[in-house]
Write a protein that binds this ligand. Structure first.
Ligand code: NAD
Ligand code: UGA
Length: 463
């Protein structure tokens, strides 16, 4: 079977970039990305590709090349489903905020809606691909909905989780460590797997395309995120011990990372990991383990989240303690709001929680982030519902450059590792601040010696 028409439901951080790269690399395949969110689709279709809704280095160029040729963004969900042989489901799967599993389980209501819509519309056999991150055995539920509410056509369900990281989505998609495709071991299942393998084989070498059964594929995605996040919580746990003992966490990370069995990546101590997935996926894993009665397994992984929450709180506590146990009416400048550099995404960003803690202590926060809009920052804080929206907008002032944000501040906190922060004229910033001037580097990106020689009281994580 040769695939010529793909539809992707969900034009978000995964659906948009992934489909743009498939379209770029497979000019013979027509790729249509659909979403219910009209504004999002309008933004993807903005004539100036610099205005597309997701900031990722290199993405706007790919969209400019493929859009209108074989890449389309549309709100006509049913039409796109009807025309496609393969339908990727790439909708959000957030943590449930209600009912059974509240705060832990993945909310699958958007997935179920997609399955029902596909079943309703499909008049020919289709391959349905789980691109979203899903609890193990979700394919079973999707299949049941498709088979029981459909028009009698045959569906093959594949699991094809996405491993891209935001900020490096385009390079991750162009040069993936692996592509994982899980499917049924029946002849029809294998045919579907092979059809999808052929799509990726247009730019990924076959030895990097791994095929497994559906359950292994679904569980591998949760496992990969749990292992990655676990490394960050492990090094962050050590950062606290380093602060007590005089060891330096950067030196410890380098020393252990040179052991080839450990490896150097994901050992950067920080104010805590953020992003839309690590926390959500580990909570989901914990929930799944508990639902099978595996309490020790659940507790083991939950500790990764407990450590991460502790790390964020520890950072805000340290700011308060260092500023003589009060930040009331003091101005704290935040450099960075995104959960990591090179993205405009702020979901679960540590900055939100640190700001919330400091506003509880009656601090005034001034923020600069190169890519995050003012409205986004305010809505992130409002979402926590700690205080009124009005109180949040009084406590948070937002600037479009760092020098203005830091003027008159008692302290600076680095919350995102944007490269530009390392290029600033720190003497000029120091001169414009209240004295003593404190700098809390939540990302360990600045040079302590240089800053201390200027006069800053500089505190990094884990030293
Ligand atoms: P997102 O919120 O950015 O995008 C999801 C989109 O789906 C939204 O635009 C929403 O409007 C749309 N949508 C929801 N229900 C719909 C429906 N019934 N019909 C049409 N559109 C619908 O989410 P995301 O970050 O792209 O994540 C999507 C999935 O991919 C999640 O399961 C996530 O865990 C997983 N994932 C995310 C990343 C990442 O870096 N963000 C990486 C790997 C995997
Ligand atoms: C992560 C995974 O890296 C992807 O493989 C996965 O596809 C994705 O989750 C997902 O499923 O959504 P992402 O969250 O986009 O990607 O970004 P990461 O680079 O993993 O960073 C996550 C957080 O950890 C960021 O806040 C980052 O600053 C922090 N981090 C990362 C550290 O604090 N230290 C490190 O050493 C690495």
């Amino acid at each position: 079977m040769k695939i010529t028409k793909i539809c992707c439901i969900g034009a978000g951080y995964v659906g948009g970039p992934t489909m743009a790269v498939i379209a770029q690399k497979c000019p013979d395949i027509q790729v249509t990305v659909v979403d219910l969110n009209e504004q999002r689709i309008k933004d993807w279709n903005d004539p100036n590709t610099d205005n597309i809704p997701i900031y990722e280095p290199g993405l706007s160029e790919i969209v400019a090349e493929a859009r209108g040729r074989n890449l389309f963004f549309s709100t006509e969900v049913e039409k796109a489903i009807d025309e496609a042989q393969v339908i990727f489901i790439s909708v959000n799967t957030p943590t449930k905020t209600y009912g059974k599993g509240k705060g832990m389980a993945a909310d699958l209501k958007y997935i179920e809606l997609c399955a029902r819509q596909i079943a309703k519309v499909a008049k020919q056999n289709k391959i349905v691909v789980e691109k979203s991150t899903l609890p193990v055995r979700t394919a079973e539920a999707i299949k049941s909905i498709l088979d029981n509410t459909g028009n009698g056509v045959q569906f093959q369900i594949l699991s094809n989780p996405e491993f891209l990281a935001e900020g490096t989505a385009v390079t991750d998609l162009l040069n993936p460590d692996r592509i994982l495709i899980g499917g049924d071991t029946t002849p029809e299942g294998e045919e579907a797997i092979n059809a999808l393998v052929d799509v990726y084989a247009n730019w990924v070498s076959k030895d990097k395309i791994l095929t497994t059964n559906v359950w292994s594929s679904e569980l591998s995605k949760l496992t990969a995120n749990a292992f990655l996040a676990q490394r960050i919580s492990s090094i962050n746990a050590m950062s606290e011990l380093c602060e007590k003992t005089g060891a330096d966490v950067n030196e410890v990370a380098k020393a252990i990372g040179m052991d080839s069995r450990i490896g150097p990546k994901f050992l950067k101590a920080s104010v805590g990991f953020g992003g839309s997935c690590f926390q959500k996926d580990i909570l989901n894993l914990v929930y799944i383990a508990k639902s099978y009665g595996l309490n020790e397994v659940a507790d083991y992984w939950e500790q990764v989240i407990i450590m991460n929450d502790h790390q964020k709180r520890r950072f805000s506590n340290k700011i308060v303690q260092t500023l003589y146990n009060t930040v009331a009416d003091k101005k704290i400048a935040f450099l960075g709001w995104a959960f990591k550099k090179d993205t405009n995404d702020t979901r679960e960003s540590a900055a939100i929680y640190v700001a919330d803690d400091l506003i509880n202590e009656q601090a005034k926060i001034s923020v600069y982030d190169p890519k995050v809009s003012r409205n986004k920052m305010l809505s992130d804080l409002d979402y926590l519902e700690t205080r009124s929206d009005e109180a949040n907008s009084k406590a948070l002032s937002i600037f479009d450059n760092a020098y203005e944000a830091c003027k008159g501040a008692h302290a600076i906190a680095i919350l995102t590792e944007w490269d530009e922060f390392t290029t600033y004229d720190w003497q000029k910033i120091y001169d414009s601040m209240h004295k003593p001037a404190f700098l809390f580097d939540g990302r360990n990106i600045l040079d302590s010696k240089e800053l201390e020689s200027i006069g800053f009281i500089y505190k990094a994580i884990g030293s």
